[in-house]
Design a binder for this molecule. Structure first.
Ligand code: GDP
Length: 195
């Protein structure tokens, strides 16, 4: 996929009205610090359009990146930030829920989980919820450079079981450092654009 242009077009806070877009949307969700900004930057082939933060839990907005005037990459707020108040957590959950429930243009939903750990209760809840609203979430197992190749199958199994995913759920190992898995993710986007 050749990135000719990409712009952060809309930023929605908890009280903003979501945009009515007429291009297909692909959404990325995951707990804070999972590597979502790094992945989005890699997909867009930009160093720092999506903010990679040393301070987890800062992004509380839904960000719509227009790529090539062909597709929106939608960056959902990172959840599960330990220091967040109950109220903040509720707000993030609501934002994600409202977006997934109201946008007509969502064509793919990606859930990012850290390849090194068993999924958290929040990850599982998010997976179940995406499934419940009718999407087949594609799981991206981030920070794949942090494990040995020989551990890969075992970690993928832990993720699949922990999320309650079926054998049909696609799990893509990904690393923003080595770019492992980037082609696969870009192929998904290209497919969405073609259909
Ligand atoms: P976000 O909060 O989900 O947007 O996560 P970020 O993209 O900001 O990344 C959180 C931290 O993990 C940063 O210190 C990144 O440098 C690091 N990180 C992100 N992706 C990877 C990866 O693929 N491999 C490694 N080793 N570190 C990563």
């Amino acid at each position: 996929m050749v990135i000719r242009s990409c712009n952060l077009e809309t930023v929605c806070g908890p009280t903003s009205t979501l945009p009515k877009n007429d291009l297909p949307e692909v959404a990325f969700a995951g707990k804070s610090n999972v590597g979502k900004s790094s992945l989005i930057n890699a997909v867009m082939n930009r160093k720092s359009l999506a903010r990679v933060s040393a301070q987890p839990g800062k992004t509380q907005t839904i960000n719509f990146y227009n790529i090539n005037d062909e597709i929106y990459v939608v960056d959902l707020p990172g959840y599960g930030f330990a220091k967040a108040s109950e109220k903040e957590r509720e707000r993030w959950g609501k934002m994600i829920e409202t977006y997934l429930n109201t946008s007509d243009m969502i064509r793919a939903v990606f859930l990012l989980v850290d390849i090194r750990h068993a999924p958290s209760a929040n990850d599982k809840q998010m997976f179940e919820w995406m499934d419940y609203v009718g999407y087949d979430p594609i799981v991206i197992a981030t920070k794949a450079d942090k494990i040995k190749r020989s551990q890969l199958d075992k970690q993928i199994k832990i993720l699949r079981e922990g999320l309650g995913a079926t054998k049909d759920t696609i799990i893509v190992p990904f690393s923003s450092q080595t770019k492992q898995g980037l082609d696969t993710i870009q192929d998904f986007l290209a497919q969405v654009i073609e259909n």
